[in-house]
Design a protein around this ligand. Sequence first.
Ligand code: ADP
Length: 461
Amino acid sequence: MKPGITIFIASLALFGLIAIQYYLVSDLYHLKRNKFDTEYGTAIGDGLEALQLRYNTNGFDTVFYLMDILAYEKIEDYEFAFNDSVVYELNGFVKESFKSYLETFERVSPFLLVYLEEVHLDTDFHIGFFFREIQLLDQDREYLVFTDGEIAGTGNETSFGNTEAIHANNFRIEGNYFRVEFDYYIDFTHKTRIIYREMAGAFILSLISILIAGFVFMITIRNMLKQIRLSAMKTDFINNMAHELKTPLTTISVASSTLVNTDKNPDKEKIVSLSEMIRQQNKQLGKLIDQILDINLWEKDQITLKLAEVEMKPLIKSRLDAFRLEHSDEAFTLRDHINLDGIKMLIDEFQLTIALHNLLSNALKYGGDPAEIELESGIETDHIFVKLKDNGRGISYDEQSLVFSKFYRGKDVANRKGLGLGLFYVREIVELHGGKVEVFSKLGQGSSFVIRLPLANNNKL
Ligand code: ADP
């Protein structure tokens, strides 16, 4: 399956999981809210019933008594003079008076507060009245003063009348001079918080499951992209290797054809030089094949170090001398300051020599023209360091994190031979020795590679 399709399907699955979790959580919220309403609604109902039983009143006696007096006064004031404009005038006044009586004198709130406390429910609530109708009653006439169902209360008015507040009771009271119908609401301040608290467990679990799925998704995608990059790098490597193999093969083929021809006219010197050429190229072929074999070993994590006690200074010195000899026909300078007198370490000499060789080859390959290479080595607290500095074009900051990757080759190195394995190998070997390799560079200012190997395990030597 193409990676794009896999990512699309995986994203779809993740999105589906998030949607399902969202649906479940919001469904749970509605369930919990209904449960809250039922639980608190029942408690309020029981509380009001208890009030009725204990005091033989619905709690609004004083209010209704005062309302009767008020209604009587109004009827007296306006006897035989009620008309639309008077009723309109009375509307605001009567409503406000009823409202303030209800709020000031009603006995329900304090009783409910104590009752809810007793049954261990939240007691932070506001009351609200939803007026449906107010009428003033004369002996044989009724004056409809107010009927717009306006809401009044002590709390946040918008919560009354909508689903948030609990409908506690409906009153339809008829006194001597008035008739009023209103709904009694109770709004709990911390309703949402209480519901969320009850949902916390389910919410956290669902969040964790989404996070885990998201994490797995990201890791999978990252691994997939890594695989794609690695397979592209492998293709590059094979192309490079094919190129690398062709050069010695061509040289051998040309040299051997020339040898066949010189048979007719033997020239010893030429034969020796051609044979030497064939031998050299053969050696090069052998090296390339070894590299391929090594890669297979690395993939299986099978490098095992053959550790032995080695004196460090002579090891580095002899590698430097061999390098100078190998490249005696090239113009470059190689200076060294090795302060490791008498230091012996438990290392794999063969592998570390190759690592050193790779760094030296790179310094020459990517160094300036002519290359100026400087090797410095010494002891720092608990480790030895080997620093190799060149005067090349340097490595950009972005590239520095890539140069140690398997098969990585810089963008502008096409004309320099290589397989992108040298630094990878250096890092593998150094890390197997418990050490670290780092690069320090700025474009145009050369590069420094520093290997650090711990002395910890070697102190006893
Ligand atoms: P190769 O030399 O075969 O390309 P390496 O693993 O040795 O592979 O190096 C990887 C890349 O790091 C090189 O292609 C080059 O771009 C960069 N590089 C390595 N050493 C140096 C150096 N001394 N100066 C500048 N660039 C370097």
